[in-house]
Ligand binder design. Structure first.
Ligand code: EPU
Length: 337
C-alpha cells in the first residue's frame, strides 16, 4: 500500500481548508480497502474514507490515515423489459452516474441531478432532493465491515434508510462502502410534485417533460439556488430540516404564523431549517471568512477560510440563535472531523 505522510487535505474537500492528514492513500480496488484497514490496526491509527469531500468540515489535522475512495466502474448486472440493475463503484462521481442513466433512458435518479459527491457516499446519508431519496433505487450495498473484517452485502432493508440517515451514518465508520447496486426503470414515472420543478418546466415552456428535460430543469433550479463550490466553498445544506410533532408545530404556528413545514406522517412535520435561519437574520450575513449564503440560508459558504474551525464556530452561532428563538435544536447534516 502506498501512503504519503503529512498531506494537506485542501485539494480533497469542498471547503478547502488547510488541515493535514498524517497519512494519505488512494483506494483503487477492494483489496486496497482491507489492506488500509489492516495497516491502521497495526499502526493503531484512526482512518477516514473520503469521497469527493463534498460534505465534510475538517476542524483539525487528522491524526491517522485518510483514504480517498476511487473504486470506479458502472456494470450492468441484469436487464428485463422494465428494469435495469447496475453495480456502480463507490468512487464514481454522483452526477456523472445520474447523467449516464438519464442518457440511457433509465429513470429513478433524475431528480438527484447535480448533487455533489460520489456514488459510495449516496447511501450513507440517503441523499435526497425534489421529492426523491436515493433509497428508492438502491437494491444492495457492498461494504467491508471493519469490525468483523468481512465483506458483506446489505439489502435495501438492512441499510435502515431514513431522512438523511442510514445504518452507515449511525454505525459511524464501521462499514466501508465499495459498490452500490441500483434498480432503474425503463418506463419511468417522472416525479414533478415540487412547485419549483413545475415552475421551471413552465418557464422553459416544456409541456411534456422526459428524463432529459426534467434533469435539465433540476440542474437549472440547483444552479440558481445553490452556490458553485468551485467559486464559494460549501457543503450544500449544512443542517437537516428538523422534525417536530403536530402539537409542537401548532405551538410554533401561534407565535410564527409564516413558519414553513411539510407533513411527513400523521403526527410529524419537517420544518424548513432555511426559513428558521433566515428568520434569525442570518441569510446573507458574513463573519470573517464565513457566511450564510444569500440565496439559501441552509448553506454555509467559505470566503477563503484557512481552518474549518471557522465554519464550525459560525454554525454553532446559528444553532444557538435558532434554539433561542424557536426552541428547536438544529442538527448538522455535514460530517465534522
Ligand atoms: N426557505 C426559506 N429561506 C431560505 C431557504 C429556504 O424560507 O433561506 C424556505 C423555502 O422558501 C422553501 C423551504 O424553505 O419554502 C424549503 O426550501 P428548499 O426547497 O430550498 O429546500 P430545503 O429544505 O432548504 C432540501 C434539501 C436539499 C434539497 C432541497 C430540494 C435538506 C437538509 N436539504 O433543502 O438538499 O436540494 O430540499 O429538495 O433536506 C443537501 O442536502 O445538501 C441539499 C442541498
Amino acid at each position: 500500500m502506498h501512503t504519503e505522510h503529512n498531506i494537506s487535505l485542501q485539494p480533497f474537500h469542498f471547503f478547502a481548508s488547510e488541515e493535514l492528514a498524517s497519512y494519505f492513500t488512494v483506494l483503487h480496488k477492494n483489496e486496497d480497502v482491507s489492506d488500509a484497514i489492516e495497516w491502521c490496526h497495526q499502526q493503531n491509527l484512526p482512518f477516514l474514507i473520503l469521497g469527493s469531500g463534498s460534505n465534510v468540515v475538517f476542524t483539525k489535522n487528522f491524526p491517522g490515515l485518510v483514504a480517498k475512495m476511487e473504486i470506479n466502474g458502472i456494470k450492468k448486472l441484469n436487464e428485463s423489459a422494465t428494469e435495469v440493475i447496475l453495480e456502480v463503484g463507490a468512487g464514481e462521481n454522483w452526477h456523472h452516474f445520474v447523467s449516464y442513466c438519464v442518457q440511457k433512458g433509465w429513470g429513478g435518479l433524475e431528480n438527484l441531478s447535480l448533487i455533489p459527491g460520489t456514488v459510495g457516499a449516496s447511501p450513507i446519508q440517503n441523499i435526497g432532493a425534489y421529492g426523491v431519496e436515493v433509497q428508492e433505487c438502491i437494491q444492495q450495498v457492498t461494504a467491508f465491515d471493519t469490525t468483523t473484517q468481512q465483506w458483506i452485502q446489505l439489502s435495501n432493508k438492512e441499510c435502515n434508510f431514513g431522512y438523511r440517515t442510514s445504518l452507515f451514518k449511525v454505525a459511524v465508520k464501521r462499514y466501508i462502502i465499495t459498490h452500490v447496486q441500483f434498480v432503474l426503470q425503463k418506463q419511468p414515472q417522472l416525479k414533478m410534485d415540487y412547485g419549483a420543478i413545475r415552475d421551471m418546466l413552465h418557464e422553459k415552456g416544456i409541456k411534456h417533460p422526459n428524463l432529459e428535460s426534467l434533469s435539465q430543469a433540476i440542474i437549472q433550479i440547483r444552479t440558481q439556488k445553490l452556490p458553485d463550490p468551485k467559486i464559494l466553498g460549501n457543503a450544500g445544506s449544512f443542517f437537516k430540516n428538523p422534525i417536530v410533532s403536530k402539537t409542537q408545530l401548532e405551538q410554533l404556528q401561534q407565535q410564527f404564523p409564516n413558519i414553513i413545514a411539510y407533513p411527513i406522517s400523521d403526527d410529524s412535520y419537517k420544518i424548513a431549517a432555511g426559513w428558521l435561519i433566515e428568520a434569525c437574520g442570518w441569510k446573507g450575513m458574513k463573519k470573517g471568512n464565513v457566511g450564510c449564503y444569500e440565496k439559501q440560508a441552509l448553506v454555509i459558504v467559505s470566503y477563503g477560510i484557512r481552518s474549518g474551525r471557522e465554519v464550525y464556530e459560525f454554525s454553532e452561532e446559528i444553532i444557538h440563535s435558532v434554539a433561542q428563538k424557536f426552541k428547536i435544536q438544529l442538527e448538522r447534516e455535514v460530517n465534522i472531523y
